[in-house]
Write a protein that binds this ligand. Structure first.
Ligand code: ATP
Ligand code: MG
Length: 425
């Protein structure tokens, strides 16, 4: 038998899970600071949620979904992103009726997309994302962007670029859409078959095409910025004002359009400009989606959110050579000399753990020297050695591995002495 993991997935081994935990904890802490609360939704949903909520002209829906029939003949899909599920849940649980608005939520979990695997692009990846639903205050757009940036900054990233744009409101988008159709229609034969489909269904997405990106018509395409009505332009101006006030640098890119159908007003992406980060430079993307809640059966509640993958965050940290704190080190390794001592060592190991001291011992009946080597290799802060002598004295030999000093410590004061030693490190 030769079964390997499926293409586009990865095993995250203990040597790497420590890094994951560090960034996951950093993210959760940042969410607490901004007062976003965690929501957990199912990994699969009714397929229709995504065709409606993500949009059936998007790459995600057309090419990337893991859709299957269950035994009851329902069409289900492994979630390719989080927003549609969060909004479904918002509607289903009538969160629009919560006394505290906007409802500020975050999620962290695996997403699934059938994609061509490359660095930073997987078929199963972990997204962290957040949504603020129920407010159309430009200050909350700035909050969402600020939270995203703060995570990257706290992770230590320096080479960051924030790009923003406004897609405008429905009126602005209709006007722009008409201009786009007029612009591309006479030459649409030069474009890929996807773009030919997009022309009538969703011409904005032509600007997002990866195949035709070098066609000169892309450069001269009518810019959204020129079609923003007064209200949309004023909204965008306020978002920029808040960002400036918060000292968040940004660039405006009038060609930034998000791949998803339900976005309007603010759209943004965060990229890594670090050398060696690879071909894919986008770390996170998001924006405002004022029509989505109503599209999924709720009242007209405006929302904004964004998502990033943990994989790309870690890749960016690697590219910038950021050191991770060692969270897996061991406080104490216990070494037994002889059968009787082994019993005491076992008892003490479990006792230490009860006192929140991480402890480990030998389970292979190895010689003392080999046990000592384990303690070194595991980078234990201290070693406890027990032999016949120590047993007789109701004591242990406690050795500080960083200084090499050792002392005889009675069983009765062991916990205190170990705490003193390990907490000082
Ligand atoms: P891309 O242009 O890279 O395909 P996207 O527009 O499909 O990105 P979104 O749907 O906006 O991406 O998802 C938000 C974030 O999720 C991305 O910025 C990226 O960090 C992450 N992401 C998306 N797809 C993948 C994937 N296949 N593997 C790892 N991370 C991903
Ligand atoms: Mg994609």
């Amino acid at each position: 038998m030769d079964i390997k993991l499926p293409r586009g997935t990865q095993d995250i081994l203990p040597s790497d899970t420590a890094k994951w935990q560090v960034v996951e904890e950093l993210i959760r802490e940042q969410c607490r600071m901004y007062h976003y609360k965690e929501i957990r939704t199912p990994v699969f949903e009714h397929t229709e949620l995504f065709t409606r909520g993500v949009g059936d002209t998007t790459d995600i829906v057309q090419k990337e979904m893991y859709t299957f029939q269950d035994r009851g003949n329902r069409s289900l899909t492994l979630r390719p992103e989080g927003t549609a599920s969060v909004v479904r849940s918002f509607v289903e649980h009538k969160m629009f009726g919560y006394p505290d608005q906007p409802v500020k939520l975050y999620y962290m979990g695996p997403m699934f997309r059938y994609e061509r695997q490359q660095a930073g692009r997987y078929r199963q990846f972990v997204q962290f994302g957040m949504e603020a639903i129920g407010s159309s205050d430009p200050a909350i757009d700035a909050e969402v962007i600020s939270l995203a940036m703060s995570i990257y900054k706290r992770a230590g990233l320096k080479s960051l670029k924030l790009v923003i744009n406004s897609l405008g409101d429905t009126e602005s988008r209709i006007a722009h859409r008409e201009a786009l159709v007029n612009h591309f229609e006479p030459h649409i034969e030069e474009f890929c078959s996807d773009c030919q489909n997009r022309l009538q269904k969703n011409p904005l997405r032509i600007l997002d095409c990866k195949i035709d990106r070098n066609n000169p018509l892309m450069e001269t395409a009518p810019s959204l910025t020129d079609y923003l009505n007064e209200e949309s332009a004023a909204y965008f101006a306020k978002v920029k004002e808040y960002l400036t006030m918060l000292n968040i640098d940004f660039e405006v890119d009038p060609n930034l359009v998000r791949g998803l159908d339900y976005y309007n007003h603010t759209a943004f992406e965060i990229m890594s400009t670090a050398e060696g980060f690879g071909a894919i430079t986008t770390l996170a993307g998001g924006g405002r989606y004022n029509g989505l809640v109503a599209e999924l059966g709720g009242p007209d509640s405006p929302g904004i959110g964004y998502a990033m993958s943990i994989e790309r965050l870690l890749l960016a940290m690697e590219a910038e050579k950021i050191e991770f704190p060692d969270t897996t080190s061991l406080d104490v390794y216990l070494v037994a000399m002889g059968e009787k001592a082994k019993k005491k060592v076992t008892e003490l190991t479990f006792e230490l753990r009860k006192h929140k001291i991480s402890a480990d011992m030998d389970y292979l009946e190895r010689k003392v020297k080999a046990q000592m080597k384990s303690a070194d290799r595991l980078k234990a802060k201290a070693v406890i050695v027990i032999g016949e002598d120590e047993l007789e004295k109701q004591s242990v030999m406690l050795k500080d591995l960083s200084t090499g000093t050792q002392q005889l410590v009675p069983f009765t004061s062991l916990i205190d002495e170990v705490k003193k030693l390990t907490e000082a490190k």
